[in-house]
Design a protein around this ligand. Structure first.
Ligand code: F0G
Length: 459
């Protein structure tokens, strides 16, 4: 597999500190075996997330100096409006400080207590905000989505038949709406086809339901659509984006991903004045005045520029190429992963790589810790550690798959860095049967993976 060369050159560098295995063992012990508690300086290659960790371009940095810090009506706000309205073709665009801020504003305005929200799969903060608003989140991904061993073009798709059956069973009055996450982060950054979006739109229309797009990785999704959905082979990514967003009523977006900024988010409403008013009523107390929404003027400026850069085809071909390059190396070494790879990284199937570790001892987390000890690589569990205990029964819940996510920051690491990752994983595979599982020494009640203390257990 040929590595697709970077369509940029490097102007600013950030030195990395090299550590020894002893340094790393001491650091992870201090962190109670939780990668979130590490000091980032003790990490060599940080694949914990692709969120807010991208490298901005010289144009974005120049935009930072042009940022207008007026409290209301800033020039940078209008620049962002031009950029976002042109791209998504939505009547109303609201900046907010990040994706979960958009969720906090939107879900309480649209949820009656006890109502279900159904989705191709909720991201964990979205699931959290549905719950906080009194709603019940239900994941209905297509069956291929969770079969890591076999290839499918659009593993992020919703199971529309299952959605229809769910609505019929529970009654439309008990459904608040539908959320489509593009790309579908939790099942591996897997794309959603426009055909699937059209079917979900049809379902929403049949029942008069609202369709929200969780659009954090809309650009990577558009690129996959161009590559894999015949109808869009010759379409521009802008046209694919417009076509996709025309099928939603509203979107929430963490701009920290595909818009390549370190902080920012958006809400969009296609065409519904009543909805806009509900959103505005929540934005002012939570996020600030409508024209800045929790962001500095310079952030609005960088975001306006990043929205355009993030949709550049040569950049996206290189970006998705990085995940594909890593995956090709894993394939050579017999490392199981969610196949095909997603746009924002590779999800290792730790359940299959470490079959001696039961799900209650978190194989995805165990592999992440081992990669840190091996080479200073920080990854994270997308598996049963991420699942909080059942709020009603207090029992641990098993995730549908035990993934270790290697999320690739945008425009940050080189081919040589990716080779370090592949070599480290190959070395861990050699001694896979000696990798310990983990038990929880202390945990909070919700979102436990961020702050839990763990310790290794001999298996
Ligand atoms: N929706 C999706 C699909 C996400 O992946 C994220 C964040 C959010 C919403 C929330 O956005 O972080 O800006 O508040 N995902 C990050 C990740 C944190 O690592 O996957 P946020």
């Amino acid at each position: 597999m040929k590595y697709i060369p970077e369509p940029f050159k490097i102007k600013v560098v950030e030195p990395l500190r090299m550590t020894t295995r002893e340094d790393r063992l001491a650091a992870i012990q201090r962190a109670h075996y939780n990668g979130f508690a590490l000091r980032a300086e003790d990490v060599y290659i940080d694949l914990q997330t692709d969120s807010g960790t991208g490298a901005m371009s010289h144009t974005q940095w120049a935009g930072i100096m042009l940022g207008d810090e007026s409290y209301s009506g800033a020039r940078s706000y209008f620049h962002l409006m031009d950029s976002a309205r042109g791209l998504f073709n939505y009547g109303y665009i609201q900046p907010v400080h990040q994706g979960r801020a958009a969720e906090k504003v939107v879900f309480p305005a649209l949820t009656k207590p006890g109502q279900y929200w159904i989705s191709n799969t909720f991201f964990d903060t979205t699931r959290g905000h549905v719950g906080l608003a009194g709603g019940r989140p239900i994941d209905l991904v297509c069956p291929e989505g969770l079969d890591t061993a076999s290839y499918a073009d659009f593993k992020g798709n919703a199971d529309v038949a299952a959605m229809r059956a769910f609505i019929a069973e529970h009654g439309v009055e008990n459904i608040a709406g539908i959320v489509m996450t593009i790309t579908n982060n939790t099942v591996g950054g897997q794309p959603v086809s426009v055909a699937n979006m059209r079917e979900v739109r049809q379902l929403a229309d049949e029942y008069g339901l609202l369709l929200i797009i969780d659009a954090a990785r809309f650009a990577e999704n558009a690129m996959f659509v161009k590559q894999r959905e015949a109808e869009f082979k010759n379409a521009s990514l802008k046209d694919i984006t417009r076509e996709t967003f025309a099928l939603g009523d509203l979107f929430t977006m963490s701009a920290k991903k595909d818009a390549i900024v370190n902080m920012g988010g958006l809400i969009g409403v296609r065409d519904d004045e009543e909805l806009v008013q509900k959103i505005q009523a929540n934005v002012i107390p939570f996020e600030g005045y409508l024209t800045y929404g929790g962001l500095a003027g310079r952030d609005l400026e960088a975001l306006a520029i990043g929205l355009e850069e993030g949709l550049d085809e040569s950049y996206l071909r290189y970006r998705i190429g990085q995940s594909e390059y890593l995956a090709a190396r894993f394939e050579e070494d017999g490392i199981p992963f969610q196949n095909p790879v997603g746009g924002h990284g590779v999800f290792i199937d730790a359940g299959r790589l470490l079959p001696h570790i039961p799900w209650q001892q978190f194989p995805g987390h165990a592999l992440a810790i081992e990669l840190y000890l091996e080479a200073g690589i920080r990854a994270c569990d997308i598996g049963s550690l991420l699942m909080d205990k059942d709020p009603v029964t207090g029992q641990p819940q098993q995730a549908p798959a035990e993934f270790t996510r290697l999320a690739i920051p945008r425009r940050v690491y080189t081919q040589a860095h990716l080779d370090v990752v592949a070599d480290a994983l190959a070395a861990v595979k050699q001694r896979a049967d000696q990798v310990p599982g983990y038990e929880i020494a202390w945990e909070p009640k919700v979102l436990r993976h961020f702050t839990a203390h763990l310790r290794p257990v001999k298996v």
